[in-house]
Design a protein around this ligand. Structure first.
Ligand SMILES: O=C(O)C(=O)C[C@]1(C(=O)O)C=C[C@@H](O)C=C1
Length: 375
């Protein structure tokens, strides 16, 4: 696709000439008026699309993740700068979020309390017009979505440095829910405390995964402090708020939410630290043109079983991103394979590979086909 071929527009004034601030601001005011009028017009059209979908039961019925992914990819393809792709994507997500909320805001369950990275993932994917529903555990997120109290849930599944979050994967073994999307979030960790002084710190609270992401930093800077895992980073911040000798590792957000000072940060050992979240819902959506499918495959415990699962995928030219085996809880030494592949379940070659796979596997569950994360 042709991209980034146009030269960026020239700046409003040369380096040497003094900037006519009043004139430039007049230009900006004019552009803002146009942007505002266009956003209003867009919102009217989105409302029309909503009406065309008929009198539906709830906000969730108006939501079209595949269409949103296409819109955002278009934004990235058209971007000639000077703003970065992820900045423009954020702005357009907010516009769509607001357009959708005209019907009724989506309710999104996440591992709370407020200030967690899960909340950041919700806001990144659904925008600020969606209503976040902080819940006590990832299991509760599954339960509330299944019960229809939340439209979707956002749950962490994988960290670039720590690998799979197996407790999340295991919930799919018994859940009827579907994966409707994925969110990748750069995770920056901060050491937060009430006093802001590192020498006061005798205990550091955080989620076990966050403690692991900062292990080397902690060893170097607070070697004698006790490291205490708790249910979430926000819970850690809540505890740090109550004692001068305690600190929390959490996102920068949590400092504002819980009134803590930043002692140090970012302190994650790997600068590319990224967590992948899944969006879970009650139904599947059509293809977006660049999709991923998550499968859960049960096979009899026999020689060559894994090879026979992967062979049809390879033969049909389906790309595989990830495979993970977990105890299936169906019998001793029985395993389920969690496999992420490229493509949508309704489209070839994946649909053909799955037909082949069904001949051999005891059970193949399509956990979901969903748009590949947009930055
Ligand atoms: O295209 C649609 O189906 C719409 O409802 C419009 C729109 C948008 O603002 O672009 C809004 C919400 C949907 O999730 C997808 C797209």
């Amino acid at each position: 696709m042709a991209k980034k071929t146009k030269a960026p527009p020239p700046p409003p004034s040369g380096d040497a000439a003094p900037l006519d601030l009043v004139a430039v601001r007049t230009q900006i005011d004019g552009i803002d008026r146009q942007i505002q009028a266009l956003i209003a017009e867009r919102a009217q059209f989105a409302r029309q699309v909503g009406k065309a979908k008929g009198k539906l039961a709830a906000a969730v019925d108006y939501y079209r993740p595949e269409r949103e992914a296409m819109v955002l990819r278009g934004v990235v393809d058209r971007n000639d700068g000077p703003l970065a792709d992820d900045v423009l994507v954020r702005l357009f997500r907010e516009i769509m979020s607001a357009c959708l909320a005209q019907q009724e805001p989506l309710k999104i369950g996440y591992l709370g309390p407020e200030g967690t990275f899960s909340q950041q993932a919700v806001q990144k994917h659904f925008g600020h017009s969606a209503k976040g529903l902080p819940l006590a555990s990832v299991e509760e997120v599954f339960d509330e979505v299944a019960a229809g109290h939340a439209d979707f849930g956002v749950v962490p599944v994988e960290n670039s440095g720590q690998g799979t979050i197996q407790s999340t994967l295991d919930l799919f073994l018994t859940s009827p829910l579907k994966i409707c999307g994925e969110v990748e979030l750069r995770v920056h960790q901060y050491l937060l405390s009430r006093t802001g002084h590192i020498e006061d710190i005798e205990r550091v609270y955080s989620h076990a995964l966050s403690l692991a992401q900062c292990r080397a930093w902690l060893r170097q800077h607070v070697p004698d402090a006790e490291k205490l895992p708790v249910a979430s980073n926000a819970e850690a911040a809540r505890r740090a708020r109550n004692a001068d000798d305690a600190a929390a590792i959490a996102g920068e957000n949590a400092a504002h939410v819980y009134g803590l000072k930043i002692v140090a940060g970012p302190i994650e050992d790997r600068p590319d630290n990224t967590t992948r979240f899944l969006v879970i819902g009650r139904s599947m959506f059509p293809p977006s043109g660049n999709d991923r499918t998550s499968l859960m495959v049960f096979v009899r415990n026999q020689p060559g079983a894994l090879f026979r699962v992967l062979e049809p995928l390879s033969r049909r030219g389906v790309s595989m991103n990830r495979i993970e085996s977990r105890p299936a809880h169906t019998g001793l030494w029985q395993y389920a394979f969690f496999i992420d592949v490229g493509g949508h379940v309704t489209e070839a070659p994946l649909s053909e590979a799955l037909a082949d796979l069904a001949d051999f596997a005891e059970n193949v569950t399509v956990l979901g086909s969903y748009p590949v994360a947009v930055p």
